[in-house]
Design a protein around this ligand. Sequence first.
Ligand code: NAP
Length: 282
Amino acid sequence: MILVTTAGKVGSETARLLRERDVPVRVLVRDPAKAAARALAAAGAEIATGDLDLPASIDEAMSGISGVVLVSPAVPAQELSVVASAAKAGVGHVVKATSKAPADSPIARRRWQAEIEAGLADSGIPHTLLRSNAYMQNVLALAPAIAATSSFGSSAGQGRSGLVDARDVAAVAAEIITSPAAQAERTYWLTGPELVSNYDVAAVLSKLLGRTVSYRELTFAENKDEMIRAGIPEQIAEMNAQAFSLTADGDAEWVTQHVPSLLGRPARSFEQFAVDYAATFS
Ligand SMILES: NC(=O)c1ccc[n+]([C@@H]2O[C@H](COP(=O)([O-])OP(=O)(O)OC[C@H]3O[C@@H](n4cnc5c(N)ncnc54)[C@H](OP(=O)(O)O)[C@@H]3O)[C@@H](O)[C@H]2O)c1
């Protein structure tokens, strides 16, 4: 039985793909009434109600588990509780979703990832790191602004990213956790097939929607304020705007072939992503 923490973008798709392969899967969620949990239960996943802030609920979900897909907002105390619980339970392999994570990064979220990765290494559990470039699904957060104003802004300037579809990250996680033998202590850098700037995003969405969608270059402070006004908590808005500003300086300008080499098919392109999520943008 595989445990997936949690039922966010990557977790819910990983659990769905595992069920497609008939692999027994349990998903730790804090609210089983949410749509993702309901759909996963319908697909045959076991739903374990729990909270990453409550170690006892993690231990309960860990019973009988051979492999863990660790994907959550990457709060060290929470994910290190999952690692400690997995070590206690003798779990055979952990696949951890992460990002570029230098321990001295100016972005707190990346330093947290470094702390969790170090704790996972210290645990002695065989594990695989999936260090992803930015998810294409981040663009979905811009859909309300695009619907209202046919424009969106960012402090990423003209920077390009090797955007990856979170569904491909999930496909890699499902592949590795079902065949972990050769994957211990490996790190994969997951990207889409090409570098994409926000000007490219605007062009793809303009074509998709049949009207001009324009991109506005913002300063760090403007971008952070815009996200806070859209309802994003201040600390997350700060970390997002920091990441976008680093993107402007070329920080996300990397593309690898790890997705196609692990999955035996091409990584999804941004154009394909936009078509698949057209309803969200219309
Ligand atoms: N976004 C990117 O561009 C990007 C790029 C590279 C790596 N990553 C990494 O990917 C990971 C995030 O994956 P994701 O985007 O798939 O996640 P996500 O969609 O943001 O979902 C996070 C999930 O965690 C759940 N959750 C939050 N706090 C919880 C708690 N205390 N107990 C139980 N569940 C809790 C949320 O549940 P609720 O629905 O109940 O809130 C939600 O289902 C992070 O490690 C991030 O650094 C992201």
